[in-house]
Write a protein that binds this ligand. Structure first.
Ligand code: ATP
Length: 610
């Protein structure tokens, strides 16, 4: 489980403290609400454990007074047996308490993770392309774990600490009011110096960790291949050495201070904690021996000392509780900020779910921008009738992939409309729309699973025959059959165990299985060996057959076999027509033909015949 970086969190809190609002607390409560019975039970167990915690000291007092001083051996044995039982019971209640705590925190964590994952699935492609992957994983893992430890740690500890303090104080007053007041006043006074030194120690630990981070960053930067190259080429060896040795010097000083203060801390803590009983012995002794206090016994004084010792830890922890609360609220706020990110692309409430649809596709004056200041598509109009192929060509950055992203609504148009089978795609049921669109991109993404599972991702109920048929059409069946594990072969992380060409053919098989109405194909620019290319080309042309297709074409053969060609430049259509018409136009297409396509003409011929 990833752990929260508390220093980073504290810095964030200092810069922007979380606002404690009723709304925030209500939202947190909503996660606890389904488990309120268990929360109640957990609190009862904690209270019971605190009550039990008082008993051993009380019994010790009676062992001294009634057993030893009273000289009653039978009573002594009975009281010892009772203490033993209390010990066992305390252990068992402790187990129950920790089981309930983990059960609650794990279930709350599970709900939050499910909620977050469900929400993340709905966020648009724009959110993912903003490169926040590290942050998303942190929210999903360490932030939610931080909140979980708040439930098991801070929350239960606070209740337990309050209960321990209350039960100890009540028990003390029961024994002797005057001594109870002395103990209750003395404990905070003794804790104060321990806290002061503790704070100094904490500051030094932070300082040394910061310096450590700084040193590590410098090592990472300068001792990497490229880092070293840069240092050498700019002759910065001495400067970097000076920087490193200065950090090292500071680190040494801080570490020595940290160790010294640490020793002081332990010494002060030990002295002050152990000095506590002396005060009780002194005041108790005075009352018992000088003042002849009636009703106070040696056993009572022993019990009071034991009860007093129970108060140190809870009191110290409660003194820091506000920090833990603020940290947890900050974590909740970070998580809620993510959950509040708007879902930009979603189903309309009355989305149309046709029983069937034609594969006609129409762009009507479509405009689009990723960011308002830079328009990408500036009024695109075209129509592709069912079964036709439209090839889109144009220089890099013209907006070809952007057009593709708009069709399955990975992004929504910012102006105009896209129609499929006569329906504005924003009115169609989103699942229906995406089910009817197949996309083959240059980058093939496969999951770390078997070939079969990767294929079934396209159609979970596909039969074995359908899988084989799709793979045959994608020219990959023979390859798969020759593998020792056949369709059950694991493809490795992102399909690492397959070659680029095999991955592409597998992704084509996936689209065959999906059998969409509209096909979007971003033809690969990277060249593979001619046999592999030939197999892919063959698979693609059988995939394109009888389907409405849009192709970002890089190969002349694909372009020439298209029904129409759209030439795009800077988000605008500059030419449109067939290959022959466009060559005669002597415009952008002719230029691209002469510089990009013609030189590879012979190579493609070889490929097609391969
Ligand atoms: P190529 O042939 O190089 O793939 P393209 O014609 O497909 O180019 P697009 O990928 O559609 O071009 O990009 C068009 C413009 O939009 C480019 O200027 C690009 O930088 C910008 N762009 C693409 N994706 C994003 C994004 N997610 N956020 C912001 N700008 C983007």
């Amino acid at each position: 489980m990833r752990r929260i970086n508390t220093r980073e969190l504290d810095r964030e809190i200092t810069a922007q403290p979380p606002k404690v609002t009723r709304q925030l607390l209500n939202r947190i409560y909503l996660y606890l609400k389904p488990y309120r019975l268990q929360v109640g039970l957990s609190i009862l167990v904690i209270l019971f454990a605190s009550l039990l915690g008082v008993l051993p000291s009380m019994l010790t007092g009676r062992i001294i007074d009634e057993g030893f001083i009273g000289g009653n051996f039978t009573k002594l044995v009975t009281l010892i047996a009772a203490s033993f039982l209390v010990l066992i019971l305390t252990g068992l209640v402790g187990l129950l308490q920790s089981y309930l705590g983990s059960w609650l925190s794990q279930n709350i964590g599970k709900d939050m993770r499910n909620h977050m994952y469900g929400h993340l699935q709905k966020l648009s492609q724009g959110f993912y392309s903003s490169g926040k992957q590290g942050e998303i994983i942190t929210r999903m893992t360490s932030d939610i774990s931080g909140v979980q430890s708040f439930v098991t740690g801070t929350l239960t500890q606070t209740i337990a600490n309050l209960a321990t303090l209350t039960t100890s104080m009540i028990a003390m007053f029961q024994l002797n009011g005057a001594l109870a007041i002395v103990a209750i006043l003395i404990v905070p006074l003794l804790i104060f110096p321990i806290k002061l030194v503790g704070k100094k120690r904490w500051e030094l630990t932070n300082e040394s960790q910061d310096l450590n981070d700084e040193a590590n960053e410098l090592l990472n930067e300068t001792l990497s291949v490229s880092g070293q190259q840069l240092v050498k080429l700019f002759t910065k060896e001495e400067a970097e050495y000076a920087r490193y040795s200065s950090i090292n010097e500071n680190l040494t000083t801080v570490k020595i201070k940290e160790a010294t203060v640490g020793r002081w801390f332990r010494m002060i803590a030990q002295t002050f904690v152990e000095a506590g009983p002396m005060f009780i012995y002194l005041v108790g002794g005075f009352m018992l021996l000088v003042n002849n206090h009636q009703g106070l016994t040696v056993g009572d004084i022993t019990v009071l000392v034991a009860l007093m010792s129970r108060m140190y830890r809870p009191l110290m922890q409660l003194m820091d509780i506000h920090i833990e609360f603020i940290r947890s609220l900050a974590l909740f706020t970070r998580i809620f900020d993510y959950l509040d990110m708007p879902v930009e692309i979603e189903n309309k409430p009355n989305a149309t779910l046709p029983t069937d649809i034609t594969g006609d596709l129409r762009f009507n004056n479509v405009t689009f921008h990723y960011t308002e200041q830079s328009p990408i598509l500036k009024g695109i109009n075209f129509q592709v009738n069912e079964g036709e192929t439209l090839a889109i060509v144009g220089p890099s950055g013209a907006g070809k992939s952007t057009i593709f992203n708009l069709i399955p609504r990975l992004y929504d148009v910012t102006g105009g409309e896209i129609k499929m089978g006569g329906h504005d795609i924003r009115d169609l049921d989103l699942h229906f729309l995406r089910q009817n669109i197949g996309m083959v991109t240059q980058e093939t993404y496969l999951f770390n699973a078997s070939i079969r599972d990767n294929l079934l991702y396209a159609k979970s109920d596909a039969t074995e025959e359908e899988l084989i048929q799709a793979c045959k059409e994608a020219n990959i069946h023979t390859f798969i059959s020759n593998l020792p594990d056949g369709y059950d072969t694991e493809v490795g992380n992102r399909g690492i165990k397959l070659s680029g060409g095999e991955k592409q053919r597998l992704s084509i098989a996936r689209v065959f299985l999906k059998d969409p109405k509209i096909l979007i194909l971003d033809e690969a620019t990277s060249s593979l060996d001619s046999l592999s290319e030939g197999l892919i080309q063959e698979a693609l042309s059988s995939l394109l057959k009888n389907k409405t297709s849009l192709v970002i074409a890089h190969r002349l053969s694909t372009i020439m076999s298209a029904d129409k060609i759209l030439v795009l430049e800077d988000g605008k259509e500059v030419e449109r027509g067939t290959h022959q018409q466009l060559l005669q136009n002597d415009g952008m297409y002719k230029l691209m033909y002469d510089t990009q396509f013609k030189p590879y003409l012979n190579e493609e011929r070889t490929l097609v015949s391969a």
